[in-house]
Design a protein around this ligand. Structure first.
Ligand code: NI
Length: 349
């Protein structure tokens, strides 16, 4: 067994763990000169049994394992082990799906590991209550009185073909003033700052999907320029700030695809979701009502998504410790130092 890094290994199918000291390359492959750990999986035996175990935990954790052995003939036995496991991501109303039948049901621990890493690596982060309900109502009032234009004016060549919606003219006074208010709200939001570590935030745009509107699968342009401010940024993260309540329209989910499946997001008005700009994503067709949102991009000081995710996890853990043992505890102080030093190490500004 060779792991590229620290990982969580499901052990429901493990019979024993063998630790082989000394060079083991002849049968365990290169890279095992210091020894090898061999995980022996469960074997069929000559007696019948049926075991099941269940676990319930925080963060909607559900885990059920089964282990069954059936003697078929005196010389043939069969052993079946399975696991059904569900863990919700740490924040927000993001649902994770695995495509195809047998969702989350698999006997191979490798796939479970991918599932767990998959939830982490999607990096869909929901930030609640960026705008108050009163702010949202005021935004919608201002926008109602505006002229809207075809959404394709800000799309790249590929995404223009997939895009079918309306947007506020990006250079209009209304778009600029509301955009500035969004940015002020973002910079005062600790969760947003912690998750994004923004270097530049693109002036927010506003779009509207009525019945029949949608935005097909696309990837956002890698670089965005704003001719009014001269700002040019690399799009590390995409942001959708929902301005319509979910019950005001049907459809209109933001769907972000990655190799682990698709993730559908539809948040209360005033909440936003951060997702990798490099991801394939789409807005499913609106079939009733109107979906108004603000959308924009940002360049993070931490370009590497994995590094950014680690820093965010560390900050989340520190905030949890601060609540339990206080900000002045020597260990909290040390961890906070590590947090800042990791940013110092990785940040490009
Ligand atoms: Ni997009």
């Amino acid at each position: 067994m060779r792991d590229p890094g620290v990982s969580i290994r499901e052990n429901f199918f493990t019979e024993q763990v063998e630790i082989l000291k000394g060079p083991a390359s002849s049968f365990a492959g290169r890279g095992t000169t210091g020894g090898a750990i061999n995980i022996v999986t469960k074997q069929a035996t000559d007696r019948d049994f049926y075991n099941a175990e269940s676990t319930l935990g925080t963060d909607a954790t559900r885990r059920i394992t089964i282990d069954a052995n059936q003697v078929i003939t005196p010389t043939l036995s069969m052993r079946v082990d399975g696991i059904l496991r569900r863990i919700l991501p740490e924040r927000g109303a993001v649902r994770s799906h695995r495509a195809g039948p047998g969702r989350l049901l698999d006997c191979a621990s490798q796939i479970l590991e991918q599932e767990i890493r998959g939830l982490k690596s999607t990096m869909l982060i929901c930030v609640p209550k960026v705008l108050s309900k009163a702010d949202v109502a005021e935004f919608l009032g201002v926008m109602d009185a505006c002229e809207w234009e075809d959404g394709r004016s800000t799309a790249g060549a590929q995404s223009a073909m997939a895009k079918n919606n309306e947007q506020l003219p990006p250079d209009s006074t209304a778009a600029r003033q509301l955009g500035e208010r969004v940015i002020r709200a973002l910079t005062a939001n600790p969760l947003f700052i912690s998750a994004a570590i923004p270097l530049h935030i693109f002036p927010p745009l506003f779009n509207r999907y009525g019945a029949g509107h949608h935005f097909g699968v696309h990837v956002d342009n890698a670089v965005r320029g704003d001719h009014l401010t001269g700002m040019r940024l690399r799009t590390d993260l995409s942001v959708t700030l929902f301005l319509s309540e979910p019950d005001a329209y049907d459809g209109g989910e933001l769907i972000v695809e990655d190799r682990y499946g698709s993730h559908a997001v539809k948040l209360p008005a005033g909440d936003l979701v951060l997702y990798p700009a490099s991801s394939l994503h789409m807005v499913s067709p609106v079939t009733r009502g109107v979906r108004v949102a603000s959308f924009f991009w940002l360049q993070s000081m931490i370009r590497d998504a994995h590094a950014r995710s680690l820093i965010f996890d560390l900050d989340t853990a520190i905030q949890g410790l601060v609540e339990r043992i206080g900000r002045d505890d020597p260990q909290t102080v040390r961890l906070t130092g590590i947090y800042h030093n990791l940013i110092r190490y990785w940040a490009e500004a």
